[in-house]
Design a protein around this ligand. Sequence first.
Ligand SMILES: *Cc1c(COP(=O)(O)O)cnc(C)c1O
Length: 400
Amino acid sequence: MTKRFLDQIRETLTQIDADGLMKRERLITSPQGGRITVSQNGKTRENVVNLCANNYLGLADNADLIKAAKDSYDAQGYGMASVRFICGTKDIHRQLEQRLAGFLGKDDSILFAACFDANGAVFEPLLGPEDAVISDSLNHASIIDGIRLCKARRFRYANSNMGELEDRLKEAREGGARHIMIATDGVFSMDGYLAKLPEITALAEKYEALVLIDDCHATGFMGPQGRGMPAHFGVDVDILTGTLGKALGGAIGGYIAGPQPVIDLLRQRARPYLFSNSLPPAVVMAGLKALDLVEAGDDLRQQLFENTAYWRAGLTDLGFDLLQGEHPIVPVMLGDARLSQDMAAALFDLGVYVAGFFFPVVPKGRARIRTQMNAALTRADLDFALDAFAEAGRKTGVLS
Ligand SMILES: *Cc1c(COP(=O)(O)O)cnc(C)c1O
């Protein structure tokens, strides 16, 4: 490797740091959960309240999931050492695909290593140069990348702006598009805002478009029985993508669910499916167990939404400025990027782990701390965290 090349890479790193954009990873030494142990610069902090995991149902260290994974090693082995279509499909892969499809009200589903791969896989085999895809401007990076990989004409509308969406639909129709697909996150993860599915599906019907939703921040806990944003609004969408890496245990794995011919074609043509390894049995068995727990009742969801209501009310009473909503993503608006970092650091010193988000992840001047509720947090954890927010808020001047 030439010195010139490495020098240029180092220069980029220096610039990232100088811009205040360097991401530094804290080391967690306990299982993921409501309280965790975090080590930083050789110092260990125990019992830190964790408010930044996508662990909505608290299943990341659930005893039943761990047992299902452990048992799988004796019965099912460790790895598959194959892609699905050569010799990597077990009966349990098909079971999980059919369970997910049933849960989501679709004909079938297809598993991927991650939802990033599912979104990377879904557009290219289904849409050609004769087609159009219309994408919300705040869609997840993996949707953006997936759309880049397909040859359809691309359109974009400002986040949840239904007037713009209709304009793009008209443009695409007038441009002679054969098929039009609208692609959106079900929940926008920086704000916790819900996609306007009733309006989107009505427009789709009017212009004969398909709707694809990435429901990563909804499946398992939003809507009746946790069936996601379509169920929440009582509407139907054509194709869903999602993850096992958030509410459904938090390990890894993604999927696409939809009509049978769509899933059948993806099994033939989706490149991340054809050319990447099959999910390990432990992940599949724990995924099936996660669906058992999600389908068994509403206790975890009830805990999650009780926590969310308590947390929102507590922060509001303290005087913080929140983005309004009903999702367990609760953004605390601070405005200034530096302030969001100072606040996150002050909270960490007080035993609360949160992440500050600032430009370019969110618009300039809209820096925030994004807190996320989960079912593993107790009332005592939340009271502890509220006290810490009060103290950190005063210390940083956010609260008077
Ligand atoms: C987390 C997330 C993904 C990526 O899911 P992985 O399974 O972790 O790859 C994709 N889309 C959205 C909207 C997400 O929030």
